[in-house]
Design a protein around this ligand. Sequence first.
Ligand SMILES: *Cc1c(COP(=O)(O)O)cnc(C)c1O
Length: 352
Amino acid sequence: MEIGTIRRQFASDNYSGICPEALRALETSNSGHCLPYGDDEYTARVCDMLRDFFETDCEVFFVFNGTAANSLALASLCRSYHSIVCHSLAHIETDECGAPEFFSNGTKILLAGGEQGKISPEEVEQIVLRRCDIHYPKPQVISITEATEVGTVYMPEELKALGELAKRLNLRVHMDGARLANALAALGVAPKEITWKAGVDVLCFGGVKNGLAAGEAVIFFDRKLASEFDYRCKQAGQLASKMRFLSAPWIGLLTDETWLRNARNANRYARILSERLSKIASIRIMFPCEANSVFVQMPPRMIERLHEIGWHFYTFIGEGGVRLMCSWDTTMEDIDAFVLDVAAAAEEIAGT
Ligand SMILES: *Cc1c(COP(=O)(O)O)cnc(C)c1O
């Protein structure tokens, strides 16, 4: 092990490093001089690769992280007196420190419920139609997370229905795709089927959790909405001067379906982990494992014990419980080691 590294964990898919393909692409881009601020050939190439990926002529931008991608994308859709409807567990509500409201100068987030982390179309409609007077923050956007914050995946029909609802209610659709790759791997459909063809106007496409060091793509399927987005990025401190180092690693992900292999690996091991843990009596699986996370209820003493012996994981994400995430580099040995420790902790607790 190198300085400061720890064993592979299940706390989050951002514990992992850069995948070799992305690292090679980064290294390749590190030769000679290039134009700065996105005017380089690597960035142009990746934008074209993303247009091929989504099979449409979209506008593409790169920012440093997902909070910036979501916040700036939403700000570009909203005015300060508008509102955004999302699920109560949505990252934009629970994990972005108010950045969407901040960057949109006060746009309000309105929360809808829905089973298994998926927004309920009925609740969206109710929230939007509840009031249409001047005193209510005018609903402007539905924000959807695919895969969801609890590791479930919207089916293409569910997304199409939400897209149609948005159209009928005159709303825009934003998609938080921090784990879109995992959803695509799970569904086995073309990327266009669950994005622009389902009515998504702006997508935040995550690269980090799929194997990059940094850099999320903001993709405008409705190109008009991208007007002056470059200024928004610059003002927010999100315009990379050596942009090639944010964009070029995407070449590694998008070539020969590295993104898909990475996502499949994470999904596959999450499914195995879920199956193995479900056989331990004191553990209850909270959600169907459809992407790369497993949520479980564990006795508090088991959580304590696992933390004591060096396992990292969060207990405050989603609806509580323990969240375990697999990543592009998770291996069978990692699963074996964790499940062995869980089983030992279960026995210890049962025996006392
Ligand atoms: C990780 C994640 C993000 C991005 O988070 P940053 O830490 O800001 O990069 C966005 N949405 C969801 C659902 C996430 O899980």
